[in-house]
Design a protein. Structure first.
Length: 354
């Protein structure tokens, strides 16, 4: 199981990071299409004792994959087969868009971190919705007990002005909500110009209200709605978000997205400066994301779900976040460093810890 870090060190580090990501992800999807991941599902499956109910949804494990890895919903079944209790796809926008020019993904190996300025590259809500629907049916047929959960993360199309952002989010909601187990409004990526302005006190109110109402209307059921926030918010802003979530009766908050700060990195400062703009994810976010989680838990009611993400590398990190009040925990960047056995390893260690 420790073969992958050697492969990463001697093979993937010599490849462009985005190319390496596609290569590794495609390998997992090929294994799924060949029936290999299904055959090994029992080996990867979380223990029954890890099951928990959050937002009225049964999750086979508290640990899942954060948005950003599977932007186009092309590998939900494969990723579920290798142990993730939920897979959050996206970020998906109302219109297809290519994202920012390459290179746009950079490794900071010394920090076990990544800087990305992908820019919400995706094929648009309509096309992605068809894949989510197919994966949902596949999972329903394959899992007789608690099936892995599908989250859908939506964001703003870059070409759409901020004044028209609500309509753009609603276009995505109309296509995707009916197929989602839960829906996330992403207002915190640093890679879409102006997007983070939607985190200010009043800006998210009409957006979240209208997305939530439309999601329930098109689905004919309540779709749990969450908002994803940045780690760079001040404590006062975090408190404002918590109050707004309470007022709007949101189902939850995801804390946190990537950061625009570069504090405390081990990597060469000149290299980091040369990379330039983008969101930093991975181990350096660990302390700030945990601090935001603890603050939110002290402010919101116990029945409001908190999903912790940022710097999660091990089962101990997952447990720390559960102990701090998280209902679910997500990872992403460490997956790039640890490989396809990562979720299984975390679930196995969690089983012993819990």
């Amino acid at each position: 199981m420790r073969i992958y870090p050697l492969v990463f060190k001697h093979v993937f580090t010599k490849m462009d990071p985005e190319q390496a990501h596609h290569f590794a992800f495609n390998a997992i999807k090929i294994a799924q299409r060949a029936g290999l991941t299904k055959a090994a599902r029992k080996f990867f499956a979380p223990a029954p004792k890890l099951k928990r109910t959050v937002m009225g949804i049964d999750f086979p494990s508290p640990f899942g994959l954060a948005a950003g890895f599977d932007k186009g919903a092309t590998g939900i079944v494969a990723l579920s087969d290798i142990g993730f209790g939920h897979v959050e796809i996206g970020t998906v926008t109302g219109q297809a868009q290519p994202g920012n020019p390459r290179p746009r993904l950079f490794r900071l190996v010394e920090d076990r971190a990544v800087i990305n300025r992908m820019g919400f590259n995706n094929e648009g809500a309509e096309r992605v919705a068809a894949r989510v629907a197919s994966a949902r049916q596949h999972l329903k047929g394959d899992y007789q007990q608690t099936r892995p959960v599908i989250g859908v993360n939506i964001g703003k199309t870059k070409a759409v002005e901020l004044d028209d952002a609500v309509g753009d989010y609603l276009a995505s909601t109309r296509q995707l909500a009916i197929h989602a187990d839960y829906l996330v409004v992403n207002v915190s990526s640093p890679n879409t110009p102006g997007l983070r302005l939607l985190q200010s006190v009043e800006s998210p109110r009409p957006l979240l209200s209208e997305v939530g109402a439309l999601a329930d209307k098109v689905s004919g059921r309540h779709i749990p709605l969450l908002v994803k926030i940045a780690p760079d918010l001040s404590d006062e802003d975090v408190s404002d978000v918590a109050q707004l979530a309470i007022e709007l009766k949101l189902d939850g908050i995801i804390a946190t997205n990537t950061t625009i700060t570069r504090d405390g990195l081990k990597s060469d400062a000149a290299k980091v400066e040369e990379i330039g703009a983008g969101g930093l994810s991975g181990a350096p976010l660990k302390e700030r994301s945990l601090a935001v989680l603890r603050q939110l838990r002290s402010l919101v009611p116990a029945d409001m779900a908190l999903i912790a993400v940022g710097g999660v590398e091990s089962a101990q990190d997952v447990k720390d976040r559960l102990d701090a009040g998280a209902d679910l925990v997500q990872g992403y960047t460490a997956f790039l460093y640890e490989g396809p056995f990562w979720a299984r390893s975390i679930n196995k260690d969690l089983e012993r810890m819990l």
